[in-house]
Design a protein around this ligand. Structure first.
Ligand code: MG
Ligand code: ZN
Length: 220
């Protein structure tokens, strides 16, 4: 006999994610969950996004990391409220962690919460956080075969950011093959080539996000 211990954990998480979603909607806050491997450029992309949107929206960031407050401090140094969640070893965020981070934020004074998930392309897919959109960042040096190896995360993405796009000439990255693999898993997600450190392509990605925020406002 085999007992699946993941079921009650996931069922509990679903309930807490629903609560987060209701809370965010009631406060008129859009939440985006950013998913990627360590080193793909999540924090850098988030900072570039904030620079482009901070005059339009009141933004806060929830930083998920196994340890340290390095990323939250980086975000806070730009004058943006940031809550650090240290998962104490867990390799993904769960809805109850995000709920506690929301307790620490002035939700009524915010329009957008950006959640930086723990660097991992596997288990964050299982844990709904109550977000409105999920965005996967893949960086060029990681290789074009990642959608084949981690199909679940690319299948659920609302958008894909292809970061470090400026390094394309020096890596053996087949962009056509990458786009085909993503399209096979997910016909709906747009792909945005971005160089977060240089700023190239950031505008297109940010306009997509702003479009999602505005669409959520008109339906609530
Ligand atoms: Mg980071
Ligand atoms: Zn995990």
């Amino acid at each position: 006999m085999e007992i699946d211990l993941s079921r009650p954990i996931l069922a509990r998480n679903e309930g807490l994610a629903r609560k987060n979603r209701e809370r965010l909607a009631a406060a008129g806050v859009f939440a985006v969950d950013i998913l990627a491997s360590p080193g793909a450029g999540k924090t850098t992309t988030i900072l570039a996004t904030i620079e482009r949107l901070r005059d339009r929206y009141r933004i806060a960031v929830i930083e998920g990391d196994i340890a340290s407050r390095v990323d939250a401090e980086k975000v806070a140094s730009h004058g943006i409220p940031a809550v650090q969640i240290n998962t104490g070893g867990a390799c993904h965020l769960e809805a109850d962690m995000v709920g506690r981070a929301l307790d620490a934020l002035p939700l009524d004074g915010l329009d957008l919460v950006i959640i930086e998930n723990v660097g991992n392309l596997v288990c964050p897919t299982e844990f709904d956080l109550g977000q409105d959109a999920r965005v996967v960042i893949l960086s060029v040096p990681e290789g074009h075969d990642k959608p084949l190896k981690y199909p679940a995360i690319f299948a659920l993405a609302d958008a894909v950011v292809l970061n470090k796009y400026d390094t394309l000439p020096v890596f053996d990255f087949d962009e056509g093959e990458f786009r085909e693999s993503v399209a096979r898993l997910n016909g709906a997600a747009p792909i945005f080539p971005v160089s977060a450190t240089k700023g190239d392509g950031v505008a297109d990605w940010v306009e997509w996000l702003a479009g999602r925020i505005e669409a959520a406002r008109t339906t609530t």
